[in-house]
Design a protein around this ligand. Sequence first.
Ligand code: NAG
Ligand code: NAG
Ligand code: NAG
Ligand code: NAG
Length: 359
Amino acid sequence: MDLLLSLFCSIIFLHFLSVNSRDSPPLAPALYVFGDSLFDSGNNNLLPTLTRANYLPYGVNFPGGVTGRFTNGRTVADFIAEYLGLPYPPPSISIHGTVLTGLNYASGSCGILPETRNKLIGTSVRNMQFHFHWLFKMTLKQNLEKEYGSKKELSAYLSRSIFVFSIGNNDYLNNYLQPHQYNSSHRYTPQQFAQLLVDSQGLKSLYNLGAWKLVVFELGPLGCLPSTIRKSRSGGKCAEETNALISYFNNGVGAMLKNLTSTLSGSTFIFSQVNWLAYDAMVNPSEYGLKDTRNPCCTTWLNGTLSSIPFLEPYPNRSEYFFWDAFHITEAACSLIAARCITGSSACVPMNIKALVQI
Ligand SMILES: *[C@@H]1O[C@H](CO)[C@@H](O)[C@H](O)[C@H]1NC(C)=O
Ligand SMILES: *[C@@H]1O[C@H](CO)[C@@H](O)[C@H](O)[C@H]1NC(C)=O
Ligand SMILES: *[C@@H]1O[C@H](CO)[C@@H](O)[C@H](O)[C@H]1NC(C)=O
Ligand SMILES: *[C@@H]1O[C@H](CO)[C@@H](O)[C@H](O)[C@H]1NC(C)=O
């Protein structure tokens, strides 16, 4: 059961985002993606885990069908790739040669803390962000360094590439909020737990390898997930005490990113403030072109508390839903979030992705 519980994807979008024509050069040389099931594009299909979205109705709206994405269509990372004029970064585990346009290292159910369910990566890893840095370092050493004749060329490539992160959901959903399985909520106050998660080491190490443009997504209002609402006694409303827990983490990440940008010369760390955006969409669905922001749009196990049931037809009106299953958002929601961060003025600070590619 806990494997299924860990399926939480995150981000989302509208179909109207401008896609570069294939003839114009991409806006950045590469997009590298790190995160959990919100960003996974198929890595888990190749890992020994049951946390997989390798059956319909997952992928029902994706151009190539089922891929391992934990939603009906494109993820927020896919929409960002489209904007940049790059291919969707393929799952890194599926690639043996060199791909210069970027890779996706995200893995459903992973969290920042090793005990959150990173049994696959061993306990010597201090945290998942640091592990992501290590995976990228392997790509750099084994592939990228061979492609570029000089250090200068490689640095230019890395410094103009975009690195996106979405991680931390499972440290709450699958750890702190599971007091029967994990003792973290007995050992740490919400503030202490947030402090434990907010760790700049992985991001700093990535910067030291040459990554200068990084976009870090904050956690959405996990108290508003269909699974959380249905298990809490909130009377069908968002569980605000869960949302309050998450805000300690988000505030810490925001402060850390500001600090990193000001201390690491040449770097730009963007904070993607999607929490308020998602919350506002829950409360005012019609302002976002949505109709249902409370229920999953496909039939899920245990009455909306878990993942989708294989092969059942999803609703035809899925573009009107915010949630795809009990944990993950629809392509429509991913589109909305991506669009706001790419060209909007307040979701991504201190600048949007359109401005980021120009510096
Ligand atoms: C909490 O659980 C960990 C293992 O997950 C264990 O090593 C530790 O001793 C436990 N701490 C307490 C205070 O129960
Ligand atoms: C900012 O980063 C520096 C160096 O890593 C650290 O010493 C300092 O405590 C940080 N400040 C804040 C407000 O996080
Ligand atoms: C979406 O379609 C399903 C099946 O036709 C229907 O039961 C549901 O009420 C519709 N949802 C909305 C928000 O209109
Ligand atoms: C399923 O969940 C809905 C929404 O929370 C609730 O109204 C309904 O009573 C539940 N049905 C069952 C059989 O538990």
